[in-house]
Design a protein around this ligand. Structure first.
Ligand SMILES: [Fe+2]
Ligand SMILES: [Fe+2]
Length: 180
């Protein structure tokens, strides 16, 4: 395995999440009842898998390693801004979900920010997949790819956490609102 492949594998899981979020938003707009526990689970997977684990893999090692060759810096800068944009939307989802749970009328903003988040993910993943192809083919050495991959796999707590979060994605995909 290589770092580029690990990040692509992460993206396959994030794609599944993107579809769940998009479906969730459109079902909420239709008035389908979705349990708060499922909505909360979505916010947890966003925060822990996308923001904490996956974006850290990109921000803390992959991007700096590519940038150390003094190339693709503008693309990396844009991705960092997009990560921040994603974090802001995620905060809005959690904020309005909390209001909704407290009895306020916040279903519309929750639906709207979920839909925005799904669009963000779709666009961001497409751009990064192209970036990984270029970085892999033209920039990173085999040794760097292996070294970063091993670094990703060396934190046992994170590898275990990813398994749990993928199980959460499995669970969400199998809820009636996600399958109808
Ligand atoms: Fe990213
Ligand atoms: Fe990514």
């Amino acid at each position: 395995m290589s770092a580029s492949n690990q990040l692509r594998t992460d993206h396959d899981q994030v794609r599944r999440l993107e579809k769940i979020i998009s479906k969730c938003a459109s079902e909420l707009y239709k008035g389908t009842k979705i349990p708060f526990s499922d909505l909360t689970k979505i916010t947890i997977v966003i925060s822990e898998f996308v923001d904490t684990i996956h974006h850290s893999r990109e921000e803390d090692s992959y991007f700096p390693c590519v940038a150390s060759y003094d190339t693709l810096k503008e693309e990396i800068r844009k991705f960092m801004i997009e990560h921040e944009f994603g974090r802001n939307i995620a905060r809005q989802i959690s904020h309005h979900l909390k209001r909704w749970k407290n009895g306020e009328d916040a279903q519309e903003p929750v639906s709207r920010y979920l839909r925005t988040y799904a669009i963000f993910l779709h666009d961001h993943l497409n751009k990064e997949n192209k970036f990984f192809d270029i970085a892999e083919a033209e920039v990173l050495s085999k040794e760097e790819e292996i070294e970063m991959y091993e670094q990703y796999r060396s934190v046992f707590a994170i590898v275990k956490k990813v398994k749990e979060l993928i199980a959460d994605i499995d669970y969400l995909e199998n809820q009636p609102w996600a399958k109808n």
